[in-house]
Design a protein. Structure first.
Ligand SMILES: Cc1cc2nc3c(=O)[nH]c(=O)nc-3n(C[C@H](O)[C@H](O)[C@H](O)COP(=O)(O)OP(=O)(O)OC[C@H]3O[C@@H](n4cnc5c(N)ncnc54)[C@H](O)[C@@H]3O)c2cc1C
Length: 379
């Protein structure tokens, strides 16, 4: 049953209706096949872009939808409920445009933002390296200034949409220590940039995650975003918004698992009654429903603070932690509701459980979220 959302405007209600329509027609018919066969759904992101769903929270001035973040996140949740991998890709696309939008010079925005937000280009976010995940400040991919260029050398890891994206928001080393990292906007076809083969993942099979290799790749110096050395604070500020996206994706996965579980519990009978009518199972479903509703409320609270221009970094970490832990628990319990068949590929719940796991890991593991939250508690 569709979630009965509290939305702030007719525009927002129309957007949710549009998203459900696109999800019904574009995502739902192919998700099972593409996830099973690990095929990339060429054209699907472009269809979302054409429907205006790839740049909802960005300002209209640059071709974005001008929607409040809480509306964007609820749209994202609806997409992820149908296809988590696409929800993640949409969230990462938004994350990748944040540095240019928030830190770019006016002239850079005029040059690149309209194209990035028009919906026909896909963005990726390239912070992680094989030896620098949680400890992002340890990254070593180098950007060395040479005349009008930066020369890029080194490896990046774990790039969502690696090899498929049109631009990469790259964080590379221009100096020593945490103040020696800078942010660049790299075109996907840059000479000297190549990609590894897609990682063989537990879930999110339809969208590739790859390494990237820079081998004396020469990038125009005017593709530096912000100032030299500002990269790490740009990366972290983008992640505050991105974590809310991951929270919304996690709630979408959890909602989809809950819906499947409730449907099955109303059909399956044991001991002469529907399994939902056994109190032990009914209470399990009640706890799942409560977890989904409270996780949604947590990300919406953080998003509304963001929309009001209030600090929201701690709340974004709380939302990511609560929503992704809830998704892991709810999807695991959904498999339980299905009994033996829940452990087969005949039903979507096993996929939801595999998909929920990554939300506890990327854009800062949940241990790192606790670190951020505990730092916020210090005097
Ligand atoms: C499918 C997928 C997609 C991804 N997409 C992207 C992407 O698009 N762009 C990108 O840049 N990155 C991406 N990542 C990378 C992801 O953000 C990192 O994997 C994540 O931040 C964890 O880093 P790590 O894997 O190096 O783990 P590590 O940092 O090695 O951590 C290992 C374990 O130690 C724990 N740990 C580490 N430090 C601490 C500490 N101080 N206190 C307590 N515990 C700690 C961690 O929580 C974890 O449990 C992706 C990863 C995956 C798997």
């Amino acid at each position: 049953m569709p979630v009965d959302r509290l939305l702030p405007s007719d525009d927002a209600r129309d957007l949710i209706a549009l998203t459900r329509d696109v999800a019904d027609k574009v995502l739902d018919p192919i998700v099972d096949e593409y996830e099973r066969d690990e095929k990339y759904p060429e054209g699907v992101m472009a269809q979302l872009g054409a429907a205006g769903l790839l740049s909802l929270p960005q300002p209209e001035q640059w071709g974005g939808g001008g929607q409040p973040y809480d509306v964007y996140l609820q749209v994202l949740e609806e997409i992820a409920a149908r296809w988590a991998a696409i929800g993640v890709a949409v969230s990462v696309h938004s994350l990748s445009s944040h540095p240019l939008l928030a830190y770019g010079a006016e002239e850079q925005k005029q040059r690149w933002l309209p194209g990035m937000l028009a919906g026909d280009q896909i963005g990726a976010y390239s912070l992680s390296e094989p030896q620098a995940g949680s400890d992002a400040a340890a990254l070593s991919c180098k950007a060395t200034r040479d005349g009008d260029n930066y020369v890029l050398n080194g490896s990046k890891a774990w790039i969502t949409h690696g090899g498929k994206a049109d631009f990469y928001t790259l964080f590379a080393r221009t100096g020593e220590g945490s103040k020696g990292i800078s942010c660049f906007l790299v075109p996907g076809d840059l000479e000297g940039l190549s990609f590894g083969k897609p990682e063989e993942k537990m879930g999110l099979h339809a969208v590739p995650t790859t390494s990237a290799f820079y081998d004396n790749a020469r990038l125009d110096a005017d593709r530096l975003i912000g100032t030299e050395g500002q990269g790490l604070s740009i990366a972290f500020s983008a992640l505050d918004s991105g974590r809310l996206g991951i929270a919304a994706v996690a709630v979408g996965i959890a909602q989809a698992a809950l819906d499947e579980a409730v449907r099955y519990a109303n059909e399956r009978t044991t001991f002469g009654r529907k399994i939902i009518d056994h109190q032990g199972l009914g209470f399990l479903l009640a706890d799942m429903a409560a977890a989904v509703v409270s996780a949604r409320a947590t990300y919406l609270d953080a998003a509304r603070r963001r929309d009001l221009g209030l600090p929201y970094s701690t709340q974004a970490s709380v939302a990511k932690l609560i929503a992704t832990d809830a998704a892991m628990k709810v999807t695991t319990d959904a498999v339980q509701v299905f009994g033996g068949v829940g452990y087969t590929r005949d039903f979507r719940v096993e996929r939801f459980m595999r998909e929920a796991k990554i939300t506890q890991i990327f854009e800062g593991t949940n241990q790192i979220q606790r670190l951020v939250i505990s730092r916020g508690l210090g005097s």
